[in-house]
Design a binder for this molecule. Structure first.
Ligand code: AMP
Length: 287
């Protein structure tokens, strides 16, 4: 496994990979866990060469968010990546990716309709920062496939749309959510949780599971929202940021659950200062 820390050196390494080789890219912000590992394993399986990037991207953090305290565990991360069979780590500095300064790029993206809801609404500018950095990472590493977790479903949907609309040569692949045994979606931010908060963080997965299993009784998204409010009463440490049911293909609102296509439930909640997200498809994929 080779570690590159600047754009010029990974570019020249990339240029030496034979054109017929399949290259997989897995962008991350580090503090790696089993969720990240599943993306790496998928990439190692699908491709000849896997590149993992570790970059805590400043442009996707808001002014009052956790950029400064975001966990950085490079030693443990690289040991994990080596054991999975990742070939290359790309760990650039902010100056490498944003040579003019992180807020100084002249061109940003206009994410029409896909970013004005869910995390895009709660975290203004976040999705733009994600698109900006993934676009840069894809241009630098020119992967055949790039892998993203469905835990960040809106991010995946926006990036896949970018790939399609920009005719990118890279396939944007989505990978299933990896959970702890009790259902909590794995996240680098789970490291922030105190014991009591970790317990109550089960609100997200428990509620999504109940919604899915009782979907037929609810009939409308409005009824589901009322149910979520009721559930919240059992979790005093949880502050709900949003709960929404949207069509997962286009992120449009869904109301009548009996007739709508591809419904997926999305939620974000605070446990103290820690913001967690989760989502679940509400339809049967086999039908
Ligand atoms: P992050 O380091 O949080 O930016 O995440 C890097 C990638 O790992 C993103 O594509 C995430 O969606 C994905 N990821 C994070 N947590 C999980 C999880 N629990 N299951 C699947 N993918 C995940």
């Amino acid at each position: 496994m080779i570690i590159y820390q600047d754009v010029a050196s990974i570019r020249s390494a990339r240029a030496q990979i034979a054109p017929e080789k399949r290259v997989g890219l897995v962008p991350t912000m580090g503090a790696l866990h089993a969720g990240h590992a599943s993306l790496m394993e998928r990439s190692v399986q699908d491709n000849d060469i896997t590149i993992a990037s570790i970059f805590v991207n400043p442009t996707q953090f808001g002014a009052n968010e956790d950029l400064g305290r975001y966990p950085r565990t490079f030693e443990a991360d690289s040991a994990m990546l080596e054991s999975i069979g990742v070939d290359i780590i790309f760990a650039p500095s902010s100056e490498d990716i944003y040579p003019k300064g992180k807020d100084k790029n002249a061109i940003t993206f206009n994410l029409i309709g896909l970013a004005d809801k869910l995390c895009g609404k709660s975290r203004p500018g976040h999705m733009n920062g994600v698109v900006q950095v993934v676009n840069a990472l894809v241009n630098i590493t020119q992967p055949t496939n790039a892998y993203f977790g469905l835990k960040d479903y809106q991010q995946f949907r926006i990036l896949r749309t970018m790939g399609e609309e920009f005719h990118m040569a890279t396939n944007i692949e989505g990978c299933p959510i990896v959970r702890e045994q009790n259902g909590l979606a794995m996240s680098s931010r789970n490291l922030y949780l105190r014991d009591e908060e970790r317990q109550q963080a089960l609100f997200l997965h428990n509620t999504l599971t109940k919604v899915k299993s009782r979907l037929k009784d609810f009939q409308t998204a409005q009824n589901v929202e009322a149910f979520v409010e009721q559930e919240l009463a059992h979790y005093p440490l949880v502050k709900l940021d949003y709960f929404d049911i949207l069509n997962e293909k286009n992120l449009q609102e869904v109301n009548d659950l009996s007739t709508s296509s591809y419904p997926r439930a999305f939620m974000a909640a605070y446990l103290g200062k820690t913001r967690l997200i989760d989502n679940m498809s509400l339809y049967d994929h086999s039908s």
